[in-house]
Design a protein around this ligand. Sequence first.
Ligand SMILES: [Zn+2]
Length: 542
Amino acid sequence: MTSQVSYRSLQTIIVEACQRLPDHRSGQNTRYEISDAALGAFGAFFMQSPSFLAYQRDLQQRKECNNAQSLFGVSEIPSNQQIRNLLDPISPSHLGEPFWAILDQSMKDREIEKAFEYDGGWLCSIDGTQYFGSRSIHCAQCTVAHHEDGESYAHTVLITILAKPGKREVLVLEPEFIRPQDGSVKQDCEQKAAQRWIKRNATHFVGRSVTILADDLHCKQPFCQLLLDHQLDFILTCKEKSHSTLYEEVALLEQCGGVSSYQKRVWTGKGHQLWHYRFAERLPMRAPPYALYVNWCELTITREDTGKQVHHSAFVTNRTVSEHTVEHIIEAGRARWKVENEGNNVLKNHGYYLEHNYGHGHHHLAAILVMLILLAFLCHTVLHLCDHNYQRLRAELGARRTFFNDIRALTRYFYFGSWEHLIAFMINGLELAPGQRGPDWQSKTTCARSPASSISASYGGGYLACEPDRDSATGNLWGDIAVRVDQRRPQSLSTACPSATCSTAKAQPYHPSPPCGWPIFGIAGDDMGSLLSDGRRQCLVE
Ligand SMILES: [Zn+2]
């Protein structure tokens, strides 16, 4: 079954959101739309390439077309400084809606919905992280830290994700920016940001069973009460040093047999571990009166051979804790770490470089760029979950970095009419899924495959060989290239092609058996599905 989610549907959400951004300019200099600035920045983050827009300006000059336009809907490519100037006045709250639109659309895909279902609901993990830091540059939105040798300034954001134990991918939700409250001397803090996020976004979860996961910092009675008031469940890390009343009660219950416990022997592949579970119900979050009563559970893991403790975690929850549920609850609670391991770690260390100072601006620049980075991360995750071609490619290329290196290089030299064409080009270049190709195409792959270095050379002097059909006339990728090659070098098609009649700029008759050694650069159709199913043949040869 084809997924309802596709690059195109995600792009539509992003483009429409960027087109709705307010324009604060009053002067005449409005050559660039605000949406061009936002989509251009989104494109650079999506490609994980700070130079993406510069490359596309070069491509536009050389080929009169560019991938910023075809892949991201940028009409006129602004410079990085123009992007900073245009986006700085815009509040990041204007880009909150597409996170929820993408989530709604993703959950219509049964595969994605199942991928995040845990105990019939969702696990939502929250954690604060820094995305800008400086000892000199600062603004009204900065959080200030006082040191012996002066002050440091930082921007921090509360990242929220949907996660599932055992699932590597996480879906990032709209974040909450941590900032000094208006009119307040006191610095804002992560706890307040978490409360704001819940109050603002709980309506998105109506009708679903959602459990909030958070660390000990948020394990406070007012936050638990707020979650209950919004019909949200919680599993929160609960450390002994910050919850003395609760742990005194645990100790008392222990003496009278009120704490249940059991032990499991677990084989890790290297040795046996002992997993010791303890749990109790109805414990006070703080000293009475007015204490909220919660349930508590704990897991301690030790090595069987040495007795050494290798893990300890403890949580409080409003969910029922029993010997039937305790393992699930602790497994869910431990998924909180995914916001750091699979969320913030990827955002900071694997291509998105969340902490890199792309620009601070005078108003909201740093924050709105974070929104675009998170949206780029979200779109890649959703594609990874729903797009089988994307999955095949990522699996084949292994390291995340290889995939992004390849799309950066390809889009620097080649024009692609759509994201689907780029992915199809890569899949065919790697000769993936050979069983799905038509017989004619398979026979052609006996020709040598192009080394990457000759791609750009062939781009100017190659010609298009394809079946004479409507594709080139309707402007698909290879048709466009043929036309452009012909415009730049009117004779190149006819002189380079030994067999076809190349008197026009339209697509040329398909060469049934290209001479041995001609590199084939790829195939493309209106979309990959129709190409594979009806076996239409197109290839770019040198
Ligand atoms: Zn600042």
